[in-house]
Design a protein around this ligand. Sequence first.
Ligand code: 4AD
Ligand code: MG
Length: 461
Amino acid sequence: MTQRQKIDQILNSTESRDVTVVKGWVRTRRDSKTFSFIEINDGSCLKNIQVIADNTLDNYEDVKKITTGSAVSITGQQVASKGKGQRWELVATAVDIVHLTPDDFPLQKKRHGDEYLRSVAHLRPRTNKYGAIFRIRSELSYAIHRFFKEKGFRYIHTPIITALDCEGAGEQFCVTTLPLDNLTLKDGKPDYLHDFFSKESSLTVSGQLNVEMFALSLGDVYTFGPTFRAENSNTSRHVAEFWMVEPEMAFCDLEGNMDLGEEMLQHLCNYILNNCKDDIELFARFVDKSLLTTLESVVTSPFVRLPYSEAIDILKKSNRNFEFEIVAGRDLQSEHERYLTEEHFKKPVIVYDYPKEIKAFYMRLNDDGKTVAAMDVLVPKIGEIIGGSQREERLPVLEQRISTTGLSRKNYWWYLDSRRFGSVPHSGFGLGFDRLLMLLTGVSNIRDVIPFPRTPNSIEF
Ligand code: 4AD
Ligand code: MG
């Protein structure tokens, strides 16, 4: 039996072949008097392969009934195409209909809107646009591991189920085996002693606290996995389940952290521009006409680095009617972030040294006693894409910060231990993987770069 060839292999091949087998899904079929054209896509690339099925085929009457979405296996000769836009086509010697799709297939020829396609998330990867998104998503994952491997970082698998709240923001999904329909309360709270872990536990919001322990032993490390947040914000940039890339470096200060964030974003954008050309072109033509200009602004020049206080000054002087007022000491809203990166600087901006009150307990307190060595990387169209910091390595300061932020020191005993035994300056950050995909594709809703997105009131698939 001849081995199946993927369409991307065929279209990139340099020689014709007498016998080729292609398996995939039919995009369109057009009939003429003596033959039919069948366009087939197998997901290996954006392009289809064109098949010519002659009316001399034994089952030609059945071939003429093939519908959009049907699965077929074609055996044929690979010949140079006379048509425009494709190098090779197949002249079929056999057309096997693997599965005939009925006429109510939801993805017919016409272009569908993103909102409709969300309601058929199980089928949308069969469209050109979503096929392209998920191929880029896969390439981007590979590029991340490759980037770190080349820089000597080790990949650490941090746990998904945790007993700590890394961000201290109380946005965790709890994990329990207690019978929710028959809970016994103890002092008004569920009796976690009888729960699976004998302790309150939840899905992780970040692998940072665990990965820090490995930075303080293996040096340069990273974790890359799913994280979960029960924040009830129905925005185009938030989901309840997202993937985060979290590098952590021993003997590294905030500046080194910024350097890595900048280098990594530029490297990943370049990688995708060079390795996913056809798919990126689709987005530049049909989704966001300014996509290539935006990506160019990311890869061509150094990012702006700006203390929070200066960012506030710029925003105040902008004379913009923001929905949220600019108040020194308050967190920046996405409209503020986007103004800075999209309009004022027109390139990525790293804002650093935020007021300690609006940042997490683990960030290193600066000498002014008021700000922490935090950094957020802001990019056009998205706003915050990276959040990170130099970590507080001084035990007494860290203990104090845990207490004043209302967390229980007792629960963080092992984290505090790392500051008692060989504590060193170290830094790291979290890059929102799904937001990076939005940047790379110009797709404006995060729900459309995730295979099966999880948002408030939505977990159908
Ligand atoms: O700024 P965040 O909350 O930082 C942390 O969790 C740190 N513990 C990371 C670290 O230092 N190791 O989140 C990091 C990034 C954000 O900049 C954003 O890109 C993304 O994660 N993010 C989300 N993406 C999608 N949906 C959400 N609900 C997100 N929340 C954060
Ligand atoms: Mg953040």
